[in-house]
Design a protein around this ligand. Structure first.
Ligand SMILES: *[C@@H]1O[C@H](CO)[C@@H](O)[C@H](O)[C@H]1NC(C)=O
Ligand SMILES: *[C@@H]1O[C@H](CO)[C@@H](O)[C@H](O)[C@H]1NC(C)=O
Ligand SMILES: *[C@@H]1O[C@H](CO)[C@@H](O)[C@H](O)[C@H]1NC(C)=O
Ligand SMILES: *[C@@H]1O[C@H](CO)[C@@H](O)[C@H](O)[C@H]1NC(C)=O
Ligand SMILES: *[C@@H]1O[C@H](CO)[C@@H](O)[C@H](O)[C@H]1NC(C)=O
Ligand SMILES: *[C@@H]1O[C@H](CO)[C@@H](O)[C@H](O)[C@H]1NC(C)=O
Length: 624
């Protein structure tokens, strides 16, 4: 067949243009030199609805594998609390994440999957990771530069396991310690929580103000949570109703998000709780109008675990409605986390029938891609083997030990000022160490450690307080240890003094709610058995202030150590006087639970120890 010159010329030009355009489009989103917004636009324009919805789904690792991720174009995978690979070692984490990633990289558009985990006090699910004090203790340090370094260490240890995304920091403003998640909150005082959002700079690095940003492969994407009002629920009941005017909601619970957004936080997680009776997961006003509109948040909004499922409850549970309400409220990525087929089919039909507008889907995917591009995930989708060397190393543990030292709050020291009891002598002849919490890594770490709710057992590596005491004292000093001594034991022991370490069992959300806030019976018995017989320092290991007023007179000295994590030597550094106490209460210490909620600034304020309280030993020539 003979073609005219004109036709041949036309075909040649058209082909050139077409292929140039095609290659150009492909290059644009794969080319890291092209600005992020152009890459987002180029990629989004090529995506089908199924590919878009895939990006919006986050599934749990237990239902994930490379073929599921490939087939359903899954955009993200998470570890639920305590969901770890069978062998809990950094290498095994890396292999798992990479194998999931291989599925994503074999899809048509090769959009990498984003793996996320709750690393809330260090990389707490990974065996052998450095475990830091929970946020309540970090609030007592008032040290922005320290929390930044903690963020940096956490990011490195996450990257050592191939993970580029953490569901942290929790910027809850806990207004009632009866809430079981109170220890995840830096403070009851919004302005202190605002300062502590500097941890985001440590996790992600410092970028252009107000834009999601992750500074390369040694950093991770962060997530401010739980938007909004999680710490303000009635009686501290987890995921319950926060009853407040909009003005107070902003003033108390929303302000930390101003800072998190300004510092470039990549993602924000929605709270299970309700605001004035409306589930946050369905609150279009607070998510779309306020967070994305007024606050100009440019990263993506993620649901909590099965958070959208709770929008409707049996007998009126209706998953279709839950999907409709949550996506139209403005949630971009959903922790499905199991039934991805159900989510996909529901959202697909809701879009096809016009109940969810395509521009809402595009907004969600644009935000998810923006985060993935800005964190360099397309350039470096796989785990970096060389980061294994950062995992649980001494330098990281030193940061945690420093954090423990600075988080301790001295609440009583001697019967009066002229007779201080601390610092303790390292040269005592005999020391009695007693209490349930003296020799347990699991108890001093608390919830969100290896498993979701935590464990009283030695579930990971670390130094217990007992071990730290044995290491700190002089060679000839005898350290006697009994977890639950009976009456008379301390007197017979002829110890110079006793260190009694008691506190709460480990717990996390839900199970940690507590309406009485008493020291558990076994610990209370130990205080009552030991302290009248031998002068004692009581160290409380707890996720919040507990009722102590009735027992305070028995104690010679009293230290709140919160949930210090794996580095017990941070405690002995201070009680033996190598370092000064610098911690100040991040919360009000109430007298009795019937005062609750009671927070700094309240008109009626009659605490046992006020917000900001904390004694010094006044040791000379020693610095923190
Ligand atoms: C991946 O998971 C799916 C769904 O559970 C299962 O059908 C499939 O066999 C799994 N594939 C592999 C390779 O394990
Ligand atoms: C709050 O808790 C009460 C009592 O447990 C329960 O009946 C109610 O449904 C909860 N409200 C919300 C909004 O979760
Ligand atoms: C469930 O919700 C969807 C979306 O609002 C609605 O169309 C459907 O009728 C509801 N189903 C039932 C059984 O109420
Ligand atoms: C919505 O999801 C539920 C749960 O998986 C499923 O039973 C139902 O068939 C889905 N509905 C649609 C319209 O896809
Ligand atoms: C702790 O260890 C004990 C004894 O080995 C065991 O019975 C218990 O189940 C463990 N607890 C947890 C929460 O793992
Ligand atoms: C206090 O509440 C906790 C949690 O509900 C419970 O386990 C404990 O037994 C209660 N203690 C007392 C003394 O009532």
């Amino acid at each position: 067949m003979a073609l005219s010159v004109r036709t041949r010329l036309f075909v040649a030009v058209a082909l050139t243009l077409f292929s140039a355009r095609f290659v150009h489009a492909a290059e644009i989103y794969m080319d890291h030199k092209i600005p992020v917004e152009l890459r987002v636009k180029a990629l989004l324009s090529r995506m089908t609805l199924v590919e878009k919805i895939g990006q919006m789904m986050q599934i749990e690792r237990s239902v994930a594998n490379a073929s599921v991720i490939r087939k359903f174009r899954i955009g993200s995978v998470l570890s639920a609390g305590g969901s770890t690979p069978e062998v809990n070692k950094p290498e095994a984490w890396q292999e798992m994440v990479d194998s999931f990633q291989s599925g994503a990289l074999r899809t048509r558009l090769k959009i990498p999957m984003l793996y996320g985990i709750d690393a809330v006090h260090g990389h707490n699910a990974a065996y052998g990771a450095t475990i830091f004090p929970h946020n309540i203790g970090l609030g007592c340090t008032r040290d922005r530069e320290l929390v930044k370094r903690i963020g940096a260490v956490t990011a490195l240890e996450l990257r050592a396991t191939g993970i580029p995304y953490t569901f942290a920091p929790c910027v809850a403003v806990c207004r009632d310690p009866r809430w079981g998640r109170c220890y995840e909150s830096f403070s009851e005082d919004p302005s202190l929580v605002r300062k502590m959002t500097d941890v985001i700079y440590g996790l992600q690095g410092v970028g252009p103000p107000g834009l999601p940003f992750v500074a390369g492969r040694s950093k991770v994407a962060a997530c401010a949570k739980h938007y909004v009002g999680d710490g303000g629920t009635r009686k501290g009941i987890n995921a319950n109703n926060t009853i407040l005017s909009f003005e107070d909601l902003v003033k108390i619970h929303m302000v930390p998000y101003f800072d998190a957004i300004a510092k470039g936080v990549s993602t924000i997680m929605i709270s299970y709780s309700s605001w004035n009776g409306v589930k946050m997961h369905a609150n279009r006003f607070l998510i779309t109008d306020v967070l994305k509109g007024k606050l100009r948040f440019k990263g993506f909004v993620i649901s909590d675990y099965q958070g959208i499922d709770q929008i409707t409850t049996p007998p009126d549970a209706n998953y279709t409605y839950s999907v409709l309400a949550s996506i139209n409220a403005g949630i971009d990525m959903v922790m499905v986390p199991m039934d991805y087929k159900g989510f996909l089919s529901n959202l697909t039909s809701l879009v096809n029938s016009g109940f969810v507008p395509m521009k809402r889907i595009d907004d969600a995917v644009r935000r998810i891609l923006r985060v993935k591009f800005s964190m360099g995930l397309f350039e470096h989708p796989l785990a970096e083997r060389s980061y294994l060397h950062h995992f649980g190393v001494q330098g990281n543990k030193d940061v945690a030990r420093e954090a423990v030292r600075k988080s301790l709050v001295l609440l009583k020291n001697g019967k009066d000022k002229s007779q201080p009891f601390l610092p303790l002598s390292k040269k005592a002849t005999k020391i009695l160490v007693a209490g349930t919490h003296a020799d347990s890594i699991g108890l001093q770490c608390g919830g969100w450690t290896i498993s979701w709710q935590g464990s009283p057992n030695d579930t990971t590596k670390g130094t217990t307080i007992l071990h730290a005491i044995k290491t700190a004292v002089s060679k000839p000093t005898r350290v006697l240890h009994k977890a639950s001594p009976e009456r008379g034991y301390a007197a017979r022991s002829k110890a110079d003094f006793a260190v009694v370490v008691v506190g709460e069992p480990p717990y996390a959300e839900g199970r940690g709610d507590n309406q009485n806030l008493t020291i558990p019976a076994e610990g209370l018995r130990t205080i009552k058995n030991v302290c009248p017989e031998v002068k004692c320092l009581v160290i409380l290991i707890s996720g919040r202030p507990l009722v102590v007023q009735p027992y305070l007179h028995l104690m010679e000295a009293f230290v709140a150590a919160w949930l210090p994590g794996t580095q017990g030597k941070g405690i002995t550094d201070v009680i033996f006087g190598d370092y000064e106490f610098v911690g100040k209460l991040s919360r009000t210490w109430f007298r009795s639970v019937d005062q609750l909620p009671m927070n700094v600034g309240d008109a009626e304020y009659d605490p046992l120890f006020p917000f900001g309280y904390g004694l010094r030993m006044d040791i000379k020539h020693k610095t923190p």
